[in-house]
Design a protein around this ligand. Sequence first.
Ligand SMILES: [Zn+2]
Length: 232
Amino acid sequence: MAITKISKHISYKEATHSNTATRRGIKNLPSDKHIVAMKSLAKNVFEPVRVHFDKPIRVNSFFRSVALNKAIGGSSTSQHCKGEAIDLDATKGFTNKQIYNYIKDNLEFDQLIWEFGTDKEPDWVHVSYRADGKNRKQQLRASRKGGKSVYTVIATTKPQEEKPKKTTKLKTKGVVKVATNLNVRAKGNKTAKIVGSLPNKTKVTITKTKNDWHKIKAGKIVGWVFAKYVKI
Ligand SMILES: [Zn+2]
């Protein structure tokens, strides 16, 4: 791998380093796709945090190969294996809580985890970021119960994306674009009764859109037309 840096403040070596990997001879080599994800996370989360506190931040763990992740007992769905997660630890002059809060209040993220510690200070901060933009802004708290790590969702800032509504109310101008005439129908389907006919270049006002149909008004004619024949 020819690259030496993931971002201004994270070296390739730092991003792939693991004592466990070194000790056990486990390879920890990110693919090109992983590198893209890592750079995106570094640019959108790590660097803004680094710039804000203007102090070194320890990167405890960034990329983990599946073998390494298994060796350290990481979750099988860990975003570290995709290059989408990083573990941060504050150095002198600021705290992990401050890192956590800064990310929570200012940045886009997928999952932000208060890792163990106490109510006042986590042991470290895990944060993940998805380059595809599907970031859930989910906050979790990790704690240990009976020797197991338990993750509790504290908050999800961003609501799940709503499905686009099938019917949208709008008022848009359009122009009929057909070879001959465009049929206007009583309802938005091909077999509905024809209530009018509009020649090419007729100006219409679209008042509603449903599936492939527009409800239009043109002079005294009101009805539904096939949307692809109206240029907006
Ligand atoms: Zn982590």
